[in-house]
Write a new protein. Sequence first.
Length: 427
Amino acid sequence: MRLSISFAACLSVLVNASHSLSESVTDELDHLNTTDRYIVTLKPHADLSSHITFVQNFHNAFLLTRRQTPDWEGVTHQYRIESFQAYAAHLPTDVVEQLRVRSDVDHVEEDAIWTTGPVYDSTPALDSDTQAFVPMTKPIVQAKSGYGLGIISHAQISALGYNQYLYDESAGENTYAYVVGTGININHADFQGRATLGFNALVPDSKHFTDEFGHGTIVAGLIGSERFGVAKKSHLIAVKVLNRTRGKLSQILDGYQWAVNDLRKRGRTKNGAINVSIYGAPSKTFNKMLNVASAKGVTTVTCAGDEGKEVAMSPGSADTAITVSATDDYRVKAKWANWGKEHVHLFAPGSRIMSTWIGSDKATAEKSGTSLAAGYVTGIVLYFKGLPGATLDDAFATKKFLLKHALVDEATLPNGKGLFAYNGSGK
């Protein structure tokens, strides 16, 4: 019996909708059938090219033995990041069973559907407890910033700091965020021309695509938009892997691979990061790909998920990911936000957050979700990387620096306290 696995982007649904999304969700699923679709990961020293040739030949020979030939596509995607090698394929079960026992195959898992779910408008461990601060060359204060920017730049919540963002003038200049999700409304005025199209995993040859759902745009806004962003001078690259609300895991891997390879090719490991605000049941393939990317210097920020449980999801359960959950304006964990001592590293604002949206170049929306918290933390990562004299050369140094400067015991959890994201302003 085939397992049905549903994955979700970390954007909670907390209010009244003007219309139902059930029909559109059903329509999308009709176009995203994952029956007989698999992801095969090879061992590090396997020959990917030779293996693919074997698979295609074996697949073709198998089809010739059948009187009827269903429309199996064979190999559809190939993935390679240094020692990590894998591919996605549409194959008969009999062919897949032969692959499982090959000596060059590490593991096989089923493809799956990732989904943002319906989205509605919002309604109303460190070794010491010494807080580390980051020197600012020229502090800037943004008044009426919204509480999210306020409480990530002030250690103590007060009437003054609650709605005021304090940051260094460098503001993530010459840094790059790859936002893997639904795309970005790159023409939004708040992006000031700093948002660009990168790659569309759904239609790889397409030169033009946009965000039809809003999820990627709202996350990108918290990373680097003029009014709502942490790193206000950063560059934002759209990597589209979801078709409005949904996309296949095989396509998400393709988009993440593109982001990793483009970031490395352009020499951005020291001044770039990838945001993946999508999550699902543990995927050995995705976690392995992320860990290999980290070993090559690539920082990846993910969200914890929105079921309100103590769980480990992918890609956040990857050992080297930076996994973020969400709090309200008092730094109390949101009821719907996932948590977990082993795989959730820190918390950030994620409830009732205003940011950029779709529909026009000035659109805004207020939403909730651990995606938004991950957006803030991605912004802080770029902010740190953009500071004068910063030497965050790889993923491990970046993660260590981020956690060192987080606020100790400031996030209130059901079973204790946790780290809360902080830009080290000293206030």
